[in-house]
Design a binder for this molecule. Sequence first.
Ligand SMILES: Cc1cc2nc3c(=O)[nH]c(=O)nc-3n(C[C@H](O)[C@H](O)[C@H](O)COP(=O)(O)OP(=O)(O)OC[C@H]3O[C@@H](n4cnc5c(N)ncnc54)[C@H](O)[C@@H]3O)c2cc1C
Length: 428
Amino acid sequence: MTTDIAIIGAGPGGLLTALRLHQKGLRPTIYETVPELKPLGVGVDIKTVGTREIDELGMLEEFREISVDAEDSIFYNHFGQEIYAEKCGVHMGYLHEQRFVHRGILQMLFYRKVLERLGEDAVVFGARVVKYAQDADGVTLDLEHRDGRTEQVRHEAVIAADGIKSAVRRQMHPDLAAPEFSGITMWRGTTLREPIRGGHSIFHLGDPRISTMIVYPIAENFENSGLDLINWVVETNGEETIEDWNQVADPEEIIPAFDTLKLPFLDVQELIREAREVYLFPLVRHFPVDTWVDGRVVLLGDAAHAMYPRGGNGITQAMLDARVLSEKLVELEDPVKAFHAYDAERRPIVTRIVDAMRGEGYEVIRRMVAERTDGRPFEDIEEVLPLAEADEIFSGYHRLVGAPRPGFGAGEATGFRTWDQQPSEIPV
Ligand SMILES: Cc1cc2nc3c(=O)[nH]c(=O)nc-3n(C[C@H](O)[C@H](O)[C@H](O)COP(=O)(O)OP(=O)(O)OC[C@H]3O[C@@H](n4cnc5c(N)ncnc54)[C@H](O)[C@@H]3O)c2cc1C
């Protein structure tokens, strides 16, 4: 069996892969370009299958301590009228919890576990992989260190988890079309405040033709403040900016878009105004590649399937990649065969998810209600959006992401009536 594996990137995908491989008796080396890890990012929504991965890696209790149990997901129109709600995780009947967490805090948990289990030297920091070359026996990586030093290292096989701008993907697919800006900009922020409505819900707010927001808690009693750390996301039509997770923004620009959104339980303008941090992130289309494998080199996580950060799938899909890849490596022994088997199993599923995330997904129900009511309050939601119709949309989504809704059938993820529709404009 291949024993000498390199992982490029100590993001959640690379770290989780290292932990999975360690569980199978391997001890990979991770190369990470930054000199040290910091808890960067804002909220991520860990789906039930992601919690299962964390549980199987023996981190569930620690994960619970840093995250918030998702109990329900509730949709409101612009007047604060509830249009749909579904339970989440165990509250819906899944075996595992769905939990909300700060991306960087979760990454630090994975990092601590890597150090504990693989050893203090498992991650080589300040080492940027610039190129790979391979022959029949192994792969040579060209590294650039922070101090300007260059070095070549050799491994039997390489897993590239180097994120949305993956250098390995670029080398593997030199003819791949350049990514395209979608025209949509995402504003991602966090605010400290009292728990909203019990502190375990994700709220999908507003009329997409005017302005919308998604809000959920990602930490309770954050840093002993007695307050919840609330994550919020706003999408607007925007100018093209650099695709950088750490692009700091001034939220004043989006506050007027919420002049008319009225909710009995939340002042969204105040939530935005009191933010601790706000980041801009342009939604960029990365085109799916036709293989994640080049001999002894394979792509994983965002490097393989950069997707819009909607619906909490980026991190969860990276965890599922790690699971399947480590299983194949042990089962098939030959890394080239293992990589192809992983590619065959994971790529078609994830490519469907990447495509789907470009549409409105289940968020479309707010548009349907707004259009069917001509933007006015309704009397009876059943006459506007029958429950059966909404259920069908949501069940299709859960099937698509590999977690069919308990009690709603486990059929194929097809037949989405609305999933692929992308609004041409999101007015601000
Ligand atoms: C700073 C940051 C903040 C983020 N914030 C959010 C967020 O708030 N919400 C959200 O949904 N998603 C966020 N993401 C993306 C999210 O982490 C991923 O979608 C998901 O977790 C899959 O992770 P990944 O490990 O594949 O990629 P990433 O998390 O992007 O990790 C890739 C890692 O590879 C390293 N790397 C890149 N190039 C090289 C190279 N050539 N050589 C060596 N190392 C390299 C990077 O420094 C990084 O640590 C963020 C990513 C980053 C990097």
